[in-house]
Ligand binder design. Structure first.
Ligand code: ATP
Length: 363
């Protein structure tokens, strides 16, 4: 990945009447990276993408491509292209002519080689003479991608491009998209509400919430040690205990939750005083009907539900304070499944927990 910023948003805001859809967004997308804007429906992802494309005018702020302020430029003057969920291929043109469209418009006459190269890139060689209606949804999306890349835009914008595909094809295309991005080295900005999709493909994920960026970072870092309770729950699942900090013990923070003391290493604490969330991912929790390994922290509970999920079983365990904890147990072991109403101890290693600030009012 080359260094330097390809795209910068500086204080970008979009208001529709009194409603603020995008609120003072500042972010940098490194050149040649795969960047995902992730968030629930209505959080402002598409509006952000449309402002980068020039399809929507910011109420305030600037969009910069490289060092160039493109905020006043019309969409076709910007070195960006967009792939939408609806493939929007021209139905009357052949696949080759669809892919060649951008070059033709620029007056390039000799384009057969480039079209071939693009079709090869998206693994659609040999389909050039067909019409879009003779292709499957996944194949049409590959062609849409080839069409968007043939002009070698500086930045490619993708708005839920896999949204119309079934789950299996979607997973396959996630891997494909990442491969294609690496091969062409163009900066991709991908909008999705699917956390798994964002984590699979992106070098950097920006989690959006109500028009703002809640957290931005590498997927593995954000998953392992989320920055806020929102991110802890949006990126995968988390068990969050409402806790209070009681002090320090060497390199650990001591907290109390529902009358029990727990420790968390300082390096895993984003807050070291006041009210906090003590968080543990479901796959970092274990279940035991006997001894708890030494050094583990624990809470007793009652199994209220179990769902077989192939790779793992998801257990719901009611803690003494009434909340249900989610625990994923891999099915690879020989342990017999636990029946509903079993008494169990949920346990975890302190270094697998994390502490997050808990603003007043969050319970
Ligand atoms: P989705 O995943 O559902 O597409 P999103 O995160 O992309 O959601 P946006 O499409 O960016 O969300 O919309 C953000 C908010 O702005 C929404 O509440 C939406 O209703 C509102 N909005 C978007 N476009 C307009 C518009 N032209 N006029 C008024 N409100 C709008």
């Amino acid at each position: 990945m080359a260094s330097g910023a390809d795209l910068r948003l500086v204080g970008v805001t979009k208001r529709f009447g009194a409603f603020t859809a995008v609120d003072d967004l500042t972010l940098t997308v490194p050149r040649g990276s795969f960047f995902a804007l992730l968030g629930a429906s209505g959080c402002g992802k598409t509006t952000t993408l449309r402002m980068i494309a020039g399809l929507e005018e910011p109420t305030a702020g600037q969009v910069l491509l490289g060092d160039r302020d493109v905020t006043p430029l019309r969409p076709y003057k910007r070195p960006v292209n967009t792939v939408f969920q609806s493939y929007a291929l021209f139905p009357h043109l052949s696949i080759s002519d669809n892919v060649a469209f951008g070059l033709r418009r620029r007056g390039v006459k000799q384009h057969a080689d480039q079209v071939e190269q693009m079709l090869r890139l998206v693994e659609m060689e040999g389909f050039g003479r067909r019409k879009p209606s003779q292709l499957s949804g996944g194949q049409q999306q590959r062609v849409a991608l080839a069409r968007a890349l043939i002009n070698r835009p500086q930045v490619l914008l993708l708005d839920e491009p896999l949204g119309a595909l079934d789950l299996k094809l979607r997973r396959q295309m996630q891997v494909e998209l990442k491969r294609i991005q690496t091969e062409v080295g163009i900066t991709f900005v991908h909008v999705t509400h699917d956390q798994e999709e964002a984590m699979t493909m992106a070098d950097t994920v920006a989690v959006m919430n109500a028009g703002r960026i809640e957290q931005l970072g590498a997927p593995v870092d954000m998953y392992d040690f989320p920055g806020t309770a929102f991110v802890a729950n949006f990126l995968g699942q988390s068990n969050l205990f409402a806790a209070e900090v009681r002090g320090r013990n060497g390199g650990d923070v001591l907290v109390e939750a529902y009358g029990t003391r727990y420790t968390v290493p300082s390096a895993r604490a984003r807050a070291e005083d006041g009210t906090v969330w003590l968080g543990v991912r479901p796959e970092k929790m274990h279940l035991s009907t006997g001894e708890v390994p030494s050094g583990h922290q624990s809470v007793s509970g009652l199994v209220t539900d179990s769902s077989y999920m192939g790779v793992s079983t998801q257990y719901l365990v009611r803690a003494p304070w009434g909340e249900e904890l989610t625990v994923f147990v891999p099915n690879s072991g020989v342990a017999a499944p636990l029946a509903v109403a079993s008494e169990v101890t949920v346990h975890w290693r302190p270094e697998h927990a994390f502490l997050l600030p808990r603003p007043a009012g969050e319970t």
